[in-house]
Design a protein around this ligand. Structure first.
Ligand code: PLP
Length: 416
């Protein structure tokens, strides 16, 4: 696992993702891992069973390089271990990972591992709808206090963290969906370190990670993913990942996962594992396509604005983008002057990009957030987040960008 391990010389992420995390000799020499569907694992001796339980339950610490024998697949299984070892090199600064059966499962389990009773959680708004629901409908009724702060408000986030009494978690989603507002991860991490409670800093890195943004290098404790999106990349499975540098933190999260039973299943682990070596290739193509499209559509007479990092005008947003993101990514949003009727008319005329929620797949998808993904927000929240009647979000795939541009242009022309 470590850079000092002679079995795993230090190589760059795109090499490591192909060379680490899988020992063919443990799969009869097969070049690709086998799928281990067993629900339970046979012990070599009663002492081995005792030792496996002692390590897995945290009663004793494993020796350097020692790994607990497998026990039961709700705790862990070979395909989860292979995937976890494999995903670590993709996230700079990471040393350990835990995989889940959805992005929400990863977020929920991280919350349960780190939230102490009667403490507060500082979080940026807007957040993914599922995460907002988790805070309002579940954590707050349980006695945790949610403290919202506007995404991108660097000074406001500093102040909210400093003022938060009994703070256990700082949760950041950047860029925010669907308006791509960026939050300075490093600044928030510095504020968290200064706080007497040392809240755990979690970043939902689904939109730009693991290729273009690395929260752990910026001081965050945990990067969280909906692997359903770019990591899996083909809109054909659900998954989630929690990645961090601290073995203790990931061990805590895994022990909650063992309780809840929300580990990613062997077949899904195998599928997701096969997608990892191409995630950087896919995301680079998606980002190049999105940049071509966003910049070509900027200034169109039907559009109030095109929202994309290379088109940011606000100096603070430009600063954050340039500081913490390697490339602008595969998502952009457009806002129609004609409001909802124009947005719907545009969506009706698209021939290539389909209308669906979710994002990050190799095919382009569009959605109207206000009437779908963000329909649970109050009028005030929608207003504050910039989710307007005329806003359409586009997740760009790996098609030829010229075909996509022609499709968007003919749908815009259809508006008259
Ligand atoms: C999709 C998504 C999630 C939730 O992930 P699931 O895999 O659907 O559970 C969380 N955060 C962001 C930013 C997402 O886009």
């Amino acid at each position: 696992m470590s850079d000092h391990d002679p079995q795993h010389p230090a190589v760059r992420p795109r090499t490591a993702v192909l060379t680490r995390g899988f020992d063919p000799s443990l799969s009869l020499g097969s070049a690709r891992p086998a799928v281990f569907r067993s629900s339970t694992y046979v012990f070599a001796s009663p002492e081995a069973a005792e030792q496996a339980f002692a390590i897995t339950t945290g009663k004793i610490k494993p020796a350097a390089g020692e790994r607990a024998d497998l026990i039961y697949s709700r705790f862990s299984h070979p395909n989860a271990e292979i995937l976890e070892d494999h995903v670590v090199p993709l996230e700079a600064g990471a040393r350990h990972a835990a995989v889940f059966n959805s992005g929400m499962a990863a977020i929920m389990t991280a919350f349960f591992a780190c939230a102490r009773p009667h403490t507060s959680i500082v979080y940026t708004t807007p957040l993914y709808g599922g995460t907002t629901g988790l805070i309002h409908q579940f954590l707050e009724p349980f006695g945790l206090r949610g403290i919202p702060v506007a995404a991108g408000d660097t000074a406001g986030i500093d102040a909210a963290i400093a003022a938060a009494a009994d703070c256990s978690i700082v949760f950041i989603e950047t860029p925010a969906n669907p308006t791509l507002i960026m939050t300075d991860i490093e600044r928030a991490a510095i504020a968290a370190v200064r706080h007497p409670n040392h809240p755990v800093v979690m970043v939902d890195n689904t939109f730009l990670g693991p290729t273009f943004q690395h929260p752990l290098e910026l001081g965050a404790d945990l990067a969280l993913y909906s692997a359903t999106k770019y990591l899996a990349g083909f809109s054909d499975m659900l998954g989630g990942v929690a990645i961090g540098a601290s073995e203790e933190l990931i061990r805590k999260i895994r022990s909650r996962r063992s309780m809840f039973g929300n580990i990613l299943q062997p077949d899904e682990c195998w599928m997701l594992d096969s997608r990892l070596p191409t995630v950087a290739l896919r995301m680079n193509r998606q980002s190049k396509n999105a940049q071509r499209l966003a910049e070509a559509l900027a200034g169109n007479k039907h559009l109030e604005r095109v929202i994309y990092p290379t088109l940011f005008e606000d100096p603070e947003q430009r600063r954050i983008f340039e500081k913490q993101c390697a490339f602008p990514g595969g998502i952009f949003s457009i806002e129609f002057r004609g409001g909802k009727p124009a947005a719907f008319e545009f969506l009706r005329h698209l021939r290539l990009a389909r209308s669906a929620v979710s994002l990050g797949g190799v095919e382009s998808l569009t959605c109207h957030p206000k009437s779908t993904t963000h329909s649970g927000m109050s009028a005030a929240e929608l207003e504050a987040s910039g989710v307007t009647d005329g806003l359409v979000r586009i997740s760009v795939g790996i098609e030829d960008w010229r075909d996509l541009l022609a499709d968007f242009e003919q749908a815009l022309e259809a508006l008259g």
